[in-house]
Write a protein that binds this ligand. Structure first.
Ligand code: FAD
Length: 394
């Protein structure tokens, strides 16, 4: 088939590569460069972890497959983008039946080595991080991070080598579903395709208005900090860390290639338009530094070297959407990353390609549109994210 892809973030490039590998003719349109300045995928780092997904192993299966693919892709890149620094969680509690408890049960049942530590064991292992007497620590040496902006740039280049027509700085202004095919308006010209994948991230509803009730864009802020003691924060000594993902949800990274560490916060921020100013705010800076002062003092004493806002594209239930747009049999939506999508770049292309080719994919179930976009309105409250909720309870 002749397939168009709109968007050169992780969902778009991963889809384009897989579709091309299956022999389709593929054209990828990106309004900016790959990565685009304001793309959600354009960031220094994204965590890859598997201790987050409650008692449904769909995401675990997908992320483990993705990790293998990231490794494989790394072999062809100038330097690796995937770093297995380990992931470390500090939890208020680990009660039986809680999403994290269920998640650990699923993982250990699959043979994963997950270490549950007391506060003193946690402190001995990672002295950089302050742990309270009533808290529980969970370490997964399998986890780590991906240098996301570099990864997407490399994959965009790879797509081109494979024969994808990669058109950067080429916004698609309109999508017209013709029933048996799709017409795009691209810089005043029209291009027709058998099928279209819209992977336009936070801008998806601009092209597909039927998605607007179901995709909610929130701003999430991050701060970049140069630390004094580089050895103490280097990957291998410092893991990707996070605190109680379902409440305060502060998380961050070891020292990155760029010479700084990064901190951000998980709970959903304010709902915004995708084209907001991305500058960081004083209030976030103060909150983050106050948190670090209590929990990671060696980072709090560092120098702030940057900060900005990034956007989550949230679905009503936090699961991705990889399915035909409501009312269409030719336009497929791939996105709704809901703050956790990047890591799946290594396996999500197969889900997109199978769905587009009308094949069953064993992990595609959660991503179907079904009735998820029938006028639902997202609860913007904070709390357990849909993908992390245990189906046994919470
Ligand atoms: C602060 C923050 C932290 C995160 N942390 C993690 C993490 O630790 N781990 C993890 O796995 N995930 C994380 N995520 C989520 C992850 O980054 C996203 O799920 C993922 O990057 C979304 O990719 P995407 O391809 O859907 O969107 P994007 O990367 O935004 O790509 C969409 C692309 O479409 C282009 N586009 C839009 N409209 C048009 C048009 N009309 N024509 C042409 N091009 C167009 C845009 O320019 C953009 O490049 C985080 C997100 C944020 C904001």
């Amino acid at each position: 088939m002749n397939i168009g892809v709109v968007g050169g973030g992780i969902f778009g490039v991963a889809s384009a590569i897989e579709l091309r590998l299956r022999g389709h003719g593929v054209s990828l349109f990106e309004q900016g460069t790959i990565p685009a300045q304001n793309a959600t995928s354009n960031d220094v780092s994204k965590a890859i972890r598997r201790t987050w997904y409650g008692d449904d192993d769909t995401y675990v299966e997908l992320v483990e497959r993705a990790a293998a693919q990231w490794r494989e892709w790394d072999r062809g890149f100038d330097s690796p983008v995937y770093h297995q620094s380990g992931t470390y969680l500090v939890l208020n509690s680990l009660e039986a039946g809680s999403p994290m408890y269920e998640s650990i049960k699923v993982l250990t049942g699959r043979g994963a080595q997950i270490e549950v530590m007391s506060p003193s064991e946690g402190r001995a292992r990672f002295p950089q991080i302050v742990v309270g007497a009533d808290e529980t620590c969970v370490y997964d040496g399998w986890g780590g991070y991906i240098e996301s902006g570099r990864a997407v740039a490399n994959l965009g280049a790879k797509a081109q080598v494979l024969g994808v027509e990669v058109r950067e700085n080429t916004p698609v202004s309109e999508v017209e579903d013709l029933g048996a095919s799709v017409r795009l308006s691209v810089e005043g010209q029209s291009r027709e395709f058998d099928r279209l994948v819209v992977a336009a991230g936070a801008w998806t509803s601009r092209l597909l208005s039927q998605m607007s009730d179901g995709l909610h864009i929130t701003q999430q802020e991050m701060l970049l900090i140069e630390v004094d003691d580089k050895d103490l924060f280097s990957p291998g000594t410092m893991p990707v860390w996070s605190f109680e993902p379902d409440t305060d949800g502060w998380y961050g990274f070891p020292l990155l290639r760029e010479g700084y560490t990064k901190i951000s916060k998980e709970p959903l921020g304010e709902a915004v338009d995708p084209d907001i100013d991305r500058s960081g705010t004083e209030s976030f800076k103060n909150q983050a530094m106050a948190f670090l002062g209590e929990r990671i003092p060696g980072m709090a004493s560092g120098k702030i070297v940057g900060g900005r806002k990034c956007l989550y594209t949230n679905t009503t239930d936090d699961h991705f959407v990889i399915d035909w747009a409501p009312g269409s049999e030719t336009v497929l939506v791939a996105g709704g990353g809901s703050g956790h999508g990047f890591k799946f770049g290594g396996s999500i292309g197969e889900v997109v390609a199978d769905t587009l080719e009308e094949k069953e994919h064993p992990q595609a179930r959660l991503f179907k549109t079904g009735s998820r976009f029938d006028g639902n309105v997202r609860r913007h409250e904070q709390g357990t994210r849909g993908f992390a909720a245990s189906r046994n309870g919470v």
